[in-house]
Design a binder for this molecule. Structure first.
Ligand code: IPM
Ligand code: MN
Length: 363
């Protein structure tokens, strides 16, 4: 029997409850496909910091090092709890970024997927999203401002200052662009490259490399779009986009904007693909305000399992079954309280009951 090991990091806030549903789906798929998933739970995030003094404890690193893939819940604490942790040790800077760096997960896939069964969640007028949306945002995940040199201090005049650096070399840019061109080749052969070359020199280099890499993909139509204009265009006419590629910070912002187009960040799973190891996580935060109430929708976590099946375990058919099952559940007019149909016509179930429906649909 094929066996894969999966590190399961439940994270903070709503993490444990939505991860529980994702794990049930993974196990069901395993039973059906004759694959054993060896699940290895480990603490990560704010909870881990309070338990062990580190958001990414060494023991958790060892579990992740030994796993074939990592399924990670959202992390982060409310403002008050965060204050108890020194800034550099907080779950984002002390856990998540070190994880991205450790596994060099440079390619972040964020599907912006709005099939007709989910269209009622979108706040855009129906004609904007008619026929559904199927965009994939590819975000560079281990460079740029997030990882550049930082310093803080005092100016000669005694003013506090900070300096953070947006740095990319050509290898880093080429690597993410190749991923994006390859994805475009599998899809509509249309690639939007998002940049800010009217201001940032990093984008001038980015665009030069786009031209170089494009020579290897003559079938792909490349469209350049400046990041601020991209934000407007995504709202006015999201259907024009298929694959979009951009640097780290642009991707952080535009992918949340895309969550707004879908109607919720709860509809945004993601895959963080590394050179040797990949991890899978929702694009959203840990929503401490609704944690433990059983009202969070597990879609983003179950979708992350689908991405893991496709990208780490070469099980695209099973991945598709997971997407289809969730579409069917929403198509039957079912939702959870955090993800309300604006017209209020849906049946509202708990997180667990929603998971039950997905399992029933999977058979
Ligand atoms: C995301 C999140 C993270 C990011 C935070 C939690 C550090 O917003 O994955 O988009 O900014 O990358
Ligand atoms: Mn973000």
């Amino acid at each position: 029997m094929t066996e894969y090991s999966v590190a399961v990091l439940e994270g903070d806030g709503i993490g444990p409850e939505i991860t529980a549903e994702a794990v049930r789906v993974l196990e069901r798929i395993g039973e059906q496909a004759g694959v054993r998933f060896d699940l290895r739970y480990a603490p990560f995030g704010g909870a881990a910091w309070f338990e062990t003094g580190s958001a990414f404890p060494e023991a958790t690193q060892a579990v992740c090092d030994g796993a074939d893939a990592i399924l990670k819940g959202p992390i982060g604490l409310g403002t008050e709890a965060s204050k108890q942790i020194p800034p550099e040790e907080q779950p984002e800077r002390g856990g998540l970024l070190p994880m991205r760096r450790r596994y060099n997960t440079f390619a972040n896939f964020r599907p912006v997927y709005l099939p007709p069964e989910l269209a009622h969640f979108s706040p855009l007028k129906p004609d904007r999203v008619e026929g559904g949306l199927d965009i994939i945002i590819i975000r560079e995940l281990v460079g740029g401002l997030y990882f550049g040199a930082k310093e803080k201090g005092f100016t000669d005049h005694g003013l506090r200052y900070v300096n953070e650096t947006l740095s990319y070399n050509e290898h880093e840019i080429r690597s993410i662009l190749v991923v994006a061109f390859e994805e475009a080749m599998k899809r509509r052969r249309l690639l939007h490259s998002v940049h800010k070359s009217n201001v940032l020199m990093s984008s001038v280099l980015w665009n030069d490399i786009v031209d170089e890499v494009a020579k290897d993909y003559p079938e792909v139509e490349v469209r350049h779009v400046i990041v601020d204009a991209a934000a407007t265009a995504m709202i006015l006419n999201p259907r024009q986009f298929d694959v979009m590629v951009m640097e780290n910070m642009f991707g952080d912002i535009l992918s949340d904007l895309a969550g707004g187009i879908l109607g919720s960040l709860g509809l945004m799973p993601s895959a963080c693909i590394g050179t040797e190891k990949s991890y899978y996580e929702p694009s959203h935060g840990s929503a401490p305000d609704i944690a433990g109430k059983g009202i969070a929708n597990p879609y983003s976590m179950i979708g992350s399992v689908a991405l893991m099946l496709e990208k780490s375990f070469n099980m695209p058919g099973e991945a598709q079954r997971v997407w289809d099952a969730m579409r069917k559940v929403f198509g039957a007019g079912i939702t959870t309280a955090d993800l309300r149909d604006p017209e209020g016509r849906c049946t509202v179930l708990t997180t667990r009951e929603f998971g039950d429906k997905v399992l029933e649909t999977l058979g």
